[in-house]
Design a protein. Structure first.
Length: 533
DNA sequence: GATGCCGGGCG
DNA sequence: CGCCCGGCATC
């Protein structure tokens, strides 16, 4: 237990690319935890997730002790074991850390800060250092100081969870403030920005902004593409969380911090092993943020963006102010779009459609966007405004459709008409292939193929009596193919071999000697194209 | 067996 | 897709 203690979330696998990890963790946290939050009373962290939090206590020797803390179990200080540890750390280990400039480690055990090797590499904090090399300790201190009032020394925020809070918003206990705090924290938690707020006191505004930008930039670059929205979305509780009581507020910071830790852990489990995206949305769930402001349907991919939008456009706040009171949170919701599902859904339509009339109906739905939105998976459990999906989504759909133009044709053309009207006979497309209702009609769109085919499958052959070899060759093939697709029909070929034509063929005419004079078909032992019957 | 073609394989 | 050929049905 000497000098070096590092808080590490063991589950995370600790090595996970910092930024990435964080982002995710943060996001899900907010979303998922929000609800649970309510359950917890006061002291408990506003946002907590269930599940054990596993901390790995890494010591100099490299030996590590794991401390398991149930976030739920977190008591007054809300940090239980972690808290203690951090405390110790501060006492003993802090100095060490400072030297390396990695004090940050103590802040939220978030992997982000986790140095490559059990936090022993100062490099792990690079971003922190870069921005505010010497400040970290200071920040931490500030933070502590700020909280001191509410937090028992012992309860000092986990070093890991130190999330500086801007002065201007002291834990006054206003609901909105809290919300804001939550938002900020979450957003911050995901990124190195964590330090930022506290630094605010010392750092001139401009500088701050610059930081942010830099950070964001670095972030995006360092993390997977998802990051942009992932990170931010966390901060976007679609539904404003119920204001915490003042009492709770007291611990808000702490608790939230604790939460974050736990959250991180939780998340970490998901993201361990560098899984870039949470499993459930493994395939491409895209989170978008939609402005709920009346008549405003702005949809942005990042929470920060939407917040800014709301702040500036709707709230008329100064865009310069980095901090909002969190009010924006109430005006936008997070919507999750499953790109894959969209795609798949559409694509799936095509295949099925031929046989089933089902799919087409889906499209007809009158209201342009509405239907599309339905496809979208509003993941946010919160029953937010059933906001229409952003236009983007619909567009996507459209796009997809176009891609599958060949299939899409039918649906598109099949305006609501038939269905709604309940008109049976295929409209126009094909000589109703016996399809009873409009639905099927739509699918006939590829009628061309069906056209002569309607009747007996086998008949193809039959018809061919007078079969013109030549055309047949071309048409023939196509027809058959289509048949195959559409009808499992009995193979006409076997029984229905085309009778031998009366006319003499190339072979007979030219004889084997002049084979080169044969038509190609004959040469290839195909139906003679020259002397058709 | 000669013919006519289909189905398939190959490059 | 062009070229061939195996193989089958028909004559």
């Amino acid at each position: 237990m000497d000098s070096r203690y590092i808080l590490e979330k063991s589950p995370v696998g600790a090595r996970v690319g910092g930024a990435d990890f964080n982002c995710r963790a943060g996001r899900s946290v907010l979303r998922d935890t929000r609800v649970p939050t309510v359950e917890k009373n006061g002291p408990t962290p506003a946002y907590t997730t269930n599940g054990p939090v596993l901390y790995k206590f890494v010591m100099d020797g490299g030996s590590a002790a794991e401390v398991k803390g149930e976030q739920t179990s977190s008591k007054g200080n809300g940090l239980s074991p972690a808290g203690r540890i951090s405390h110790d750390m501060e006492k003993t280990g802090l100095g060490d850390q400072k030297d390396t400039g990695s004090t940050g480690i103590l802040k939220r055990a978030s992997p982000t800060h986790c140095p490559g090797i059990n936090g022993q590499l100062p490099g792990g904090f690079m971003h922190l250092d870069i921005r505010n090399p010497g400040k970290q300790a200071e920040l931490a201190n500030n933070f502590r100081a700020a909280q001191g009032r509410n937090v028992p020394t012992e309860g000092q925020p986990l070093p890991s969870s130190h999330i500086p809070v801007p002065r201007n918003r002291k834990p006054s206990g206003h609901a909105d403030k809290e919300v804001m705090a939550a938002t900020v924290l979450t957003s911050l938690s995901t990124s190195p920005l964590v330090l930022y707020p506290s630094s605010e006191t010392t750092v001139p505004e401009p500088a701050n902004r610059a930081w942010k930008e830099v950070l964001s930039a670095s972030y995006s670059s360092s993390t997977s593409g998802n990051w942009s929205w992932d990170a931010s979305d966390q901060s976007v509780p679609s539904t404003p969380s119920p204001p915490l009581s003042n009492d709770t507020n007291k611990n808000f910071l702490l608790s939230s911090q604790g939460d974050y830790v736990s959250e991180d852990v939780t998340e970490s489990t998901h993201f361990m092993f560098e899984d870039p995206i949470p499993r459930k949305r493994k395939n491409s769930m895209k989170v978008m943020f939609k402005c709920l402001w009346k008549n405003c349907e702005k949809v942005l991919s990042t929470s920060s963006g939407i917040q800014r939008h709301i702040r500036i456009v709707h709230l008329g706040r100064n865009s310069d102010s980095d901090y909002s009171d969190g009010e924006e949170d109430f005006y936008y919701s997070e919507i999750e779009v499953n790109v894959d599902s969209l795609t798949e859904g559409l694509s799936s339509l095509t295949p099925t459609s031929p046989t089933t009339a089902g799919p087409p109906p889906v499209f007809p739905p009158p209201l342009t966007d509405v239907p599309h939105s339905e496809h979208i998976n509003m993941n946010s459990s919160q029953s937010h405004a059933p906001t229409l999906l952003s236009q983007s989504a619909p567009s996507t759909l459209c796009h997809i459709r176009t891609d599958h133009a060949y299939q899409a044709t039918a649906p598109v053309s099949i305006p609501v008409g038939p269905e709604l009207a309940g008109l049976g006979s295929g409209n126009g497309t094909g000589p109703g292939i016996g399809t009873g209702n409009g639905i099927s009609v739509s699918w006939q769109s590829p009628p061309v193929i069906f056209k002569g085919v309607p009747g007996p499958v086998t008949h193809v052959r039959t018809v061919s009596i007078g079969e013109k070899r030549q055309p047949a060759a071309g048409t023939h093939a196509t027809v058959n193919k289509n048949h195959a697709l559409i009808m499992p029909a009995p193979k006409s070929t076997p029984g229905t071999r085309k009778p031998r034509g009366e006319a003499k063929k190339c072979r007979k005419v030219y004889g084997m000697e002049k084979r080169d004079m044969w038509c190609t078909a004959c040469r290839w032992k195909k139906a003679c194209q020259r002397f058709t019957d």
